[in-house]
Design a protein around this ligand. Sequence first.
Ligand code: XMP
Length: 509
Amino acid sequence: MIIVIDFGSQYNQLIARRVRENRVYCQIEPPGIDVDTIRSLKPDGIILSGGPASIYEKNSPGIDPAIFDLGIPVLGICYGMQFMMHTLGGKVTRAKKREYGFAALGICDSGGLFEGIEANTTCWMSHGDSITALPDGFAITAATDNTPIAATANPRKRLFGLQFHPEVAHTPAGGRMLKNFLFEICGCRRTWTMKTFARHTIAQIRDAAGDKKVILGLSGGVDSSVAAVLIHKAIAARLTCIFVDNGLLRQNEAGRLKTLFKQHLHLNIRYVNASRLFLTALEGVVDPERKRKIIGKIFMDVFESEAKKIKGAEFLAQGTLYPDIIESQSAFGGPTSIIKSHHNVGGLPKKMKLKLIEPLKLLFKDEVRALGSELGLPDELVWRQPFPGPGLAIRIIGEVTPARLRVLRNVDAVLLEEIRTAGYYKKVWQSFAVLLPIKSVGVMGDKRTYENIVAIRAVTSKDAMTADWARLPQKLLAKISNRIINEVSGVNRVVYDISSKPPGTIEWE
Ligand code: XMP
């Protein structure tokens, strides 16, 4: 395995992904980690990530220099390289010119990291400081016009530094450099597969849960579904899933999910229809944040009262993913500054005195999908687009009423059918309809109409942090619009949302 030390780079998750794509397990750790812990993890190699700090800033992050004497290969990237150079006796100075973007890279040592890479290639730079003197035992291995020491190596001690970012797609030979580090330098083997992960995790869950019962909140999304199937394989009927129908799901979703989970996946499910509770509480509510709060609170109450009926439950399972863990960990340990608020049932385990089981906490989203397929989940679940916890309530701008829910569900069903038929369901991150709180004038069969407007939103994204509006073909948009206006009574106008995130958000509320 490989350890990535998180110096706060926006790319540190990307480094971990690149390593895992090579089927080598990789874990991100904060700089505060001590050398004994590192030794006990037995890594084959260590990567020091980049970061926004300058080595000369007060409180700039650093790791115990003893890692350079462990005999384990270390690759420093950008700030990670500067930290290595500075610590081992080299010199880092503020560059006259910041270097940002593409740079032509001339390689002067074709071995080590650069084995099999052409002498002239390009790389992606993003730094203010530069190395101006190397520590003993290091040699220059590559340079750019602005950065005479763009790469360095001490082959005897197996220490390497890259001033540029090999993990981003803008460094075309970066993948090969990382491969060289993993396989030629660290001697890693390709053993990280979803099959072995599933086997280990199922055994771990069995050990952890013993003969106790586990409860899981099933939403129908990929994460909770995969977590449920994994735990079910470990402890079978001792897992009880609670599925709360909040009355805010898409057309026929609740029924379809119920059948899928019960009949196809044989999960032990408690289906709670709490629609009335949710819809009554939402009467007259227009403010988006109030909608969210009301829905969150009722969900917790319903879930808790249902969970209490399961006697002898000691564990609560959640489908928390690796990015959530890194972000909350970074908030305390590492210097990464982005903190995303979770949508999980965060307060529940404490309140109900339950211990947590989070079997997916080492995985990225695409790995969860691969695991789902490995476990035999149908494509319909594995490739589901994300759906927000507050559901259609935040896609009905203004008050949520049964009548308006009906209109939106019908519109959304047409939209999804067309998106699926055209092969765009998997290509876009999310696609959905939004019901607006205004009416507009139209003409239908020679008669004046005064009806609802719906907006169609389809976005491409990697992680929902940023998104762009999907360039759906005009022919497809025309068909969607035509069908909606003809088939859904109460709608006479369809518009397409062409805003990106930022500055827009994916959802309208
Ligand atoms: P925004 O609208 O912030 O959405 O760009 C980013 C992603 O998060 C989903 N989303 C939510 N999910 N509870 C959830 O569980 C929420 O309150 C919520 N709000 C937004 C949204 O669908 C998108 O995937």
